[in-house]
Design a binder for this molecule. Structure first.
Ligand code: 5GP
Length: 176
């Protein structure tokens, strides 16, 4: 599939197990409360759809469209909001759900965008975190897996629009 040479890095069963744990953590935190679960498009849609189904509480779904990578393997350093939320988050519990935190630019930008709208609480969740790539500080409440500073694809994450449908996370071997 596609032009890249890949090696499996995080398997389907490891992802499934970790998402159950993260869902349980969120269910405990928001027991009996309504939350607005915000998906950061495009990369988070697969993780998001699994995570919200692992949350045992009332969930309203909403979406931020965001881009910073274009077609390359390096962040452009410029975050662009392509779609805004359709719900009002003021006085609501908001859970912001990202696929991966690399430089932290996207997350810190989205956190600022949400905080000025005065939510009751803001909880930040990411499936993957590359601590060694961090350039900007942002608060992260729940991390699925910490990974090395290498480009990964699959489970929603793409390279040039491809590989999002891989059911596992893979590292790219023939990167230049
Ligand atoms: P940041 O703003 O933290 O540098 O990057 C966040 C966004 O960059 C993520 O939402 C994701 O779309 C993209 N990204 C960062 N690292 C990777 C990676 O290793 N693989 C892929 N496919 N996308 C990445």
């Amino acid at each position: 599939m596609g032009p890249l040479k890949l090696s499996k890095f995080i398997s389907e069963s490891e992802i499934e197990k970790r998402i159950k744990e993260m869902g349980a953590q969120l269910s405990d935190r928001f027991k009996g409360k309504e939350v607005i679960a915000v998906c950061v498009l495009n990369g988070s849609f697969v993780f998001y759809s699994d995570l919200i189904r692992a949350m045992d509480t009332d969930v309203v779904c909403d979406f931020f469209g965001c881009s910073s990578y274009g077609n390359s393997m390096k962040s452009s350093g410029q975050v662009k909001l392509t779609t805004d939320l359709t719900t009002h988050v003021e006085d609501k519990h908001v859970v912001l759900i990202e696929d991966i935190i690399d430089t932290g630019l996207t997350m810190s930008y989205l956190q600022k965008m949400l905080k000025i709208r005065n939510p009751k609480s803001l909880t930040t969740v990411t499936l993957l975190h590359k601590p060694d790539a961090k350039k900007v500080d942002c608060e992260i409440d729940i991390v699925g897996f910490e990974i090395p500073n290498e480009f990964v694809v699959g489970y929603g994450l793409d390279y040039q629009g491809m590989y999002r449908n891989l059911p596992y996370i893979a590292q790219v071997q023939n990167m230049n």
